[in-house]
Ligand binder design. Structure first.
Ligand SMILES: [Zn+2]
Length: 323
């Protein structure tokens, strides 16, 4: 029933390697891990966004409870070396953005800071063993009118949190909405316990040695209703984004997504993430979530964005030249 009408599931538009940089050029590589997970790297400067590999079933999220599946994470990462990842960015507390983070951070990225919100801090509480690695975004976040404060992540890398919000999932209703105000001492067991809290997007800058911006990425892990989730207008006037990562799923629950974001960010390239059905193991060719018309999103994007955009399969690698 859900597959009829305007929202037939679609597959990825690309897989493998998309290379837009000359051989040997100074380049930024961006790898899609599925759902909200991306690795962004320039040489040995590396940062990532929160991935999900456990992919509990639809029934699991509603009826039987959910836990992070370390074997699924191991399979999804497939031996990938994340040992020098400097930070894992987590924009809100829903399970599909946070449930696998403790295992990834402890087992694979042991020196990464977790850049995130107070609700996420309380969800991770005392059980996750990550408290001394958290960097909270609440006080440093910018928005369209305020520059905010960059978070320094070591030589060549900084991030700016952006005040955002979380679009409803359907018909104006948002699942698992609310804040967590006291630290948990046990992991959440139910999807309903992974509350979103306030949501944030991020600007990620790779910097040259003189401090100038070499490459700028915008990342959102949920659809936002503009102008929430915008980058500071003043900053974009100085230097637009090179890549913007948008979320198609549930875009039709807000107005002017993606158009308003393209106008704010003026990206050269657009990558679409968190577009695929994640209620099953991440195997085979990904398929879009049934309730979103991804082709309609792409048609609207094409009207306002002249450059290339992609709907990547899992593990697609993009390589872009630094300006
Ligand atoms: Zn969410």
């Amino acid at each position: 029933m859900l597959a009829t009408g305007a929202s037939c599931p679609v597959g990825p538009s690309v897989s493998g390697v998309v290379d837009r940089a000359p051989a040997g050029a100074d380049a930024v590589e961006i790898t899609y891990l599925g759902v909200g997970g991306w690795i962004m790297e320039r040489g040995d400067v590396r940062v990532m966004t929160a991935p999900l590999f456990s992919n509990p079933s639809f029934v699991g999220t509603g009826l039987t409870g959910i836990v992070s599946d370390s074997a699924a994470v191991d399979a999804g990462l497939n031996g990938r070396d994340l040992s020098d990842v400097r930070a894992i960015l987590v924009g809100h507390g829903h399970y599909d953005h946070l449930m696998d983070v403790p295992y990834v951070a402890r087992r694979y990225a042991p020196t990464a800071r977790i850049v995130t919100t107070t609700t996420v801090q309380n969800l991770l509480g005392t059980w996750a063993g990550l408290d001394d690695r958290l960097v909270l975004v609440d006080d440093s976040a910018g928005d369209v009118d305020h520059m905010g404060r960059w978070i320094d992540l070591g030589p060549g890398l900084r991030v700016l949190p952006l005040r955002s919000n979380h679009a409803p999932h359907f018909d104006g209703y948002t699942f698992y909405a609310g804040t967590v105000d006291t630290p948990r001492d046990t992991p959440p067991r139910w999807a309903t316990e992974w509350l979103d809290g306030p949501s944030f997007a991020f600007l990620i800058d790779f910097l040259d040695a003189d401090g100038s911006v070499a490459f700028r990425i915008y990342y959102q892990d949920a659809v936002a209703g503009a102008p929430r989730g915008f980058a500071p207008a003043e900053l974009m006037a100085e230097r637009p984004s090179d890549v913007a990562i948008f979320v198609p799923s549930t875009f039709d629950q807000v107005d002017w997504h993606p158009e308003a974001f393209v106008a704010n960010l003026r990206p050269r390239w657009v990558l679409l993430g968190h577009w695929e059905d994640f209620f099953g193991p991440p195997s085979g060719e990904a398929r879009s979530v049934a309730l979103t018309d991804v082709n309609h999103f792409r048609a609207r994007l094409r009207r306002v964005h002249e450059g290339e955009h992609w709907l990547p399969d899992l593990n697609t690698v993009f390589r872009f030249p630094v300006r």
